[in-house]
Design a protein around this ligand. Sequence first.
Ligand code: ADP
Ligand code: MG
Length: 346
Amino acid sequence: MAKEHVIIKNISKVYPDGTKALHDINLVIEEGEIVVLLGSSGCGKSTLLRIIGGLEKKTSGEVYFYDKEISGVPVEKRDIGFVFQNYALFPTMTVKDNIRFGMKLRKMSAEDMNTRLEHLLDLMNLREYADKKPGQLSGGQQQRVAIARVLAIQPTVLLMDEPLTALDAKLKDRLRVDLGIMLRQLGITTIYVTHDQAEAMAIADRIAIMNKGIIEQIDTPENIYTKPATDFVAQFIGKINKFTGKVMKQADSCMVNLGFAQVPYTGKNPVGDGEEISVFLRPEDMSIAEDGVVATVEQCAFMGDYCRIAAELDGQKIFFEAPNTVKVGKDERIHLNIQYEKMMML
Ligand code: ADP
Ligand code: MG
């Protein structure tokens, strides 16, 4: 099993103006792991990252790198690399010199420095810009230089705060794949902050979903999607249908009545007879069929590679995606194949 590298214990943060940014955060990151902090703006991602990096003071709790508590260790001695949304390259230096900068400070031999520089120029697709100055590069190219410059010093812990947010969508798509491959190649323990789900899914070993200063769930992208631990996570990640069902308890069974169907209760929490609970189902777990429950179409929108169908099913609103060849009109009655076993109850 991999070694525990960054251990966050009971971290809380109250800013001087009284803002409670973090509540009792616990998180263990393994050596070489990429953990993404994902959440909407203001949920405390940057605050947590900055506390780990020593750029912000915690109110209480501890941060360990291996078994060493790091509060007393000055930022420059923590062997951390930072990449922020707004990169600051040295404008008068060439791309090469920007990348070499940190290595020079660390007094690496010219040979080692050049080997690493060459590797990074290839890895980050920067070779043709090596002798240019930052002002001659696009935003995406500059950000790649900023990332290369940090990777050059091979930090043991890399902290990235929305590093791709300023870039355009196509470039972002490509860079996040490259970045993930590269970080794994280098084996750097990485904590990566973003508000972009697709980015988080693409790059993370595990995702920590943050909400109002707490971590709602930390797990692999797949488990976050298929086994959300809380109502918040279910509705935050991906698209989802939410039904209300009524618990029907008998001596030897516990069912949930959804109106259009009755399904076994599969949630973890104890529930009482007659209790109303939320039941979630991803749109891909529903499709139009020859028979099955009947729904009434409210809208069928052509979206390009699929049609998005909104319908009413026994008084409950649903939506799902159908092949783009499907043509159904408003008020048309359709049959649905519902994968009941995929229904999620929390
Ligand atoms: P995120 O990075 O997830 O958008 P932040 O960590 O930046 O969130 O902020 C978390 C909360 O703390 C927000 O409510 C924000 O307004 C507040 N906050 C951030 N920095 C400060 C500060 N220096 N002083 C007071 N409140 C702050
Ligand atoms: Mg932030």
